[in-house]
Ligand binder design. Sequence first.
Ligand SMILES: Nc1ncnc2c1ncn2[C@@H]1O[C@H](COP(=O)(O)OP(=O)(O)OP(=O)(O)O)[C@@H](O)[C@H]1O
Length: 263
Amino acid sequence: MHLHVNRLCVSLSGTDIVQEVTLRVGAGQFVGLIGPNGCGKSTLLKSIYKVIKPRQGSVMLSELDVLRASPKAVAQKLGVVGQFNDLSFDFTVQEMVAMGRTPHKGLLEADNRQDSLIVEEALRRVNLEHYAQRSYNSLSGGEKQRVILARVMAQQPEFLILDEPTNHLDIKYQLQILTIVRNLGIGVLAALHDLVLSAKYCDYLYVMKKGQVVASGIPEEILTKALIGDVFGVACETYINPVTGELGIAYLDSVPQVREQVH
Ligand SMILES: Nc1ncnc2c1ncn2[C@@H]1O[C@H](COP(=O)(O)OP(=O)(O)OP(=O)(O)O)[C@@H](O)[C@H]1O
């Protein structure tokens, strides 16, 4: 499935938080959304997955008009990993992951053998197969994050939205989770903070600043010293990593004159 967000505007408490954002994610494409804290990434993602109602604009997942469709119709196609995953009630890890099957079930329909196999496989993919009976609330932040990813995999969505999916994860699991997500072969829109990882994994990036998309393109082309200075206010040098052949970024300092050079 592909995603087409057209001229989306979101206002909260009378302030324009997202302004005329248009973006596309092709089928099977891994697209990153980057930008400084508070620029509107989460608000944009929440308005795409129906938690916040936009003031204007449209969201199409292939032929599905997301803003008009029922939550269940959207959940059958769209998986979401949001930023905060704390629960008031406790569930086992297995119960948490099994919740991913809900959009595919009828009212009061019990899980069947196939659902159990899907849940087992999802837990195996995030290396938590031995945690099935553990209490979710007793897990560390990184383990919780992997359970949430297993849940979204059990949902078998056709498109994924991820808001900081590697929050809390150590470097091994950051790499593992991003590799798993990329290998799912479905369209993904992910807000990411790590620019080097976003260059490594994303096919395409949208850069946000103050609620607007200010640049977009393939990572190697748009992640320039000038753009990083302008958008994040950080001086850096970019280079090709001689070991990996991938984009590297050496952060130098936060110097205001970098911003002046760009304008
Ligand atoms: N309900 C609200 N009322 C008013 N302003 C809000 C509301 N919710 C969020 N905001 C503001 O909207 C702006 C964008 O927030 P958002 O969480 O979308 O940013 P973000 O780019 O995801 O940031 P981060 O990288 O820190 O997660 C922030 O300045 C935030 O304080």
